[in-house]
Design a protein. Structure first.
Length: 185
């Protein structure tokens, strides 16, 4: 419970700093470094990775795991459904915290499949990173796989200029903390 509480407190603290524009200069500098390599294959690879963080993909996986656990009469069947709380907090954050996404001219995203597009919301926290961090932690993936997957998702979101670095860190803290709370319940 201590790690969950610390991660949630860190998320709230980061949200406050972002809300008062405390990381704008650092965010831009890190984004510029991450975007320095520019190869077409990187654009394609990063765009493919981000498909795995879409709400429809992660939500379907969470629902499928919950149903499978329920059919096996596991008491923790509901834990993957905690994803709904992550999404709710994400939407509140993107509504309340005025952190615009990086400028459109920096975007490198390639849309392979048309997914639902939310109404124009701000960028903090990254929903892709929050959702995959939640699911990887809630499902008890091996630590190396969890860290690798979340880190790759975070890097792709910044590389594609869909989010600032502070957005992806916020997404990780949000998903991780809610998963730890859900697993402890």
């Amino acid at each position: 419970m201590k790690r969950a509480t610390l991660a949630l407190v860190a998320f709230v603290a980061l949200a406050a700093v972002v809300a008062f524009y405390g990381l704008d200069t650092l965010d831009r500098a890190v984004l510029d470094v991450i975007q320095r390599p520019h190869e077409d294959w990187l654009d394609y690879a990063a765009s493919l990775v981000t498909v795995l963080g879409q709400s429809e993909v992660v939500g379907s996986l969470a629902l499928g795991v919950a149903v499978a656990r329920l059919r096996h009469r596991r008491r923790d069947w509901w834990v993957p459904l905690g994803l709904a709380l992550v999404v709710a907090i994400e939407v509140v954050g993107k509504t309340v915290i005025a952190q615009a996404a990086p400028p459109d001219e920096l975007s490198r995203s390639i849309e392979f499949i048309e997914f639902l597009q939310p109404p124009s919301l701000d960028a903090f926290p990254s929903g892709h990173v929050a959702r995959v961090a939640f699911l990887a932690t809630a499902l008890g993936w091996p630590r190396w796989l969890n860290v690798s997957f979340v880190l790759v998702m975070a890097l792709t979101r910044v590389y594609l200029a869909e989010h600032w670095p502070s957005d992806v860190v916020g997404g990780w803290l949000l998903g991780y903390s809610i998963a730890l709370f859900a697993k402890r319940s």
